[in-house]
Design a binder for this molecule. Structure first.
Ligand SMILES: Nc1ncnc2c1ncn2[C@@H]1O[C@H](COP(=O)(O)OP(=O)(O)OP(=O)(O)O)[C@@H](O)[C@H]1O
Length: 249
């Protein structure tokens, strides 16, 4: 890990926990070509930095390529991410779309803006995976996302379901992976700061206003009464998800 200099506790934790999850769920195989979905936000930025380091550790060859879909609110928003990829020798595909403005237009009367935008983004990411012959698509969901999704599924859908660390698509042609799934957002923020990553802010008008952020707010309010409750809930749901994913891999 010499090339990366001395890592602090948060940086080491991100690299180690992502590696452990990858091993435990057999996320990667030799020759994996990973498309890394990077929004420019803190989670996916730390994910690409973590995967770059893991690439130099895993005992078999893997390839990384960054995919960024600019939603079209600000067509130059992704420039710091593009510069960072270039400095780090990463192949990357940047694309400016109109998914964001369309999500708030008459075209989208039925669904929430978030649903519309993320559905189109996901579809485009899948197309890019096919175009670039990618075997894995990595998303930057964290343990906090897992816990929020778990409660959302229960409260809105009446079912017990989380977020898988690996999911097969198109008859196994593509594996969607979430290497950061068992890492707390606080740790990821601390690692991002230590790596001095040029995080970009999301210019979407709905970014702080979605159903997900509302449930996230309720949970934060609950955690504010006791860090122990947060730790216990996060550990319980994280362990439940890991056991489930191990049994499926
Ligand atoms: N515009 C985008 N281009 C490419 N990938 C994206 C984009 N937006 C989101 N993603 C991918 O989907 C994941 C989950 O998206 P979400 O909108 O929930 O982001 P988030 O939790 O705010 O994470 P981040 O801090 O990475 O933006 C991201 O971590 C990233 O991997």
């Amino acid at each position: 890990m010499k090339r990366w200099g001395k890592l602090n506790y948060a940086q080491k934790t991100c690299v180690a926990r992502a590696g452990m999850l990858m091993q435990q769920t057999q996320m990667l195989s030799p020759g994996a070509r990973i498309g890394v979905a990077v929004s420019g936000g803190v989670d996916s930025f730390v994910m690409i930095q973590t995967l770059l380091i893991r690439k130099s550790i895993v005992p078999f060859p893997i390839e990384l390529m960054v995919f960024h879909i600019n939603p079209g609110f600000d067509s130059t928003n992704h420039v710091p991410v593009a510069d960072w990829c270039q400095d780090n020798g990463l192949a990357a595909h940047f694309e400016v779309t109109n998914f964001g403005p369309r999500a708030f237009s008459e075209e989208n009367r039925e669904k929430s803006a978030c649903f519309f935008c993320s559905m189109h983004r996901r579809r485009r990411l899948f197309e890019l995976c096919r175009n670039y012959n990618v075997t894995h698509l990595a998303l930057g969901h964290t343990k906090d996302d897992l816990v929020t999704t778990f409660f959302m599924n229960m409260m809105q859908g009446g079912k017990v379901d989380g977020l898988h660390s690996r999911d097969e698509y198109f008859g196994g042609e593509l594996m969607l992976i979430r290497p950061m799934l068992l890492i707390e957002k606080d740790m990821i923020r601390r690692a991002a700061k230590a790596w001095r990553l040029p995080i970009v802010t999301n210019p979407c008008p709905a970014s702080e206003n979605s159903r997900r952020s509302q449930i996230g707010g309720w949970l934060s309010e609950l955690w504010s009464h006791s860090p122990e409750i947060k730790r216990n809930v996060h550990n319980a749901i994280g362990k439940w998800q890991l056991d489930l994913d191990k049994s499926l891999s």
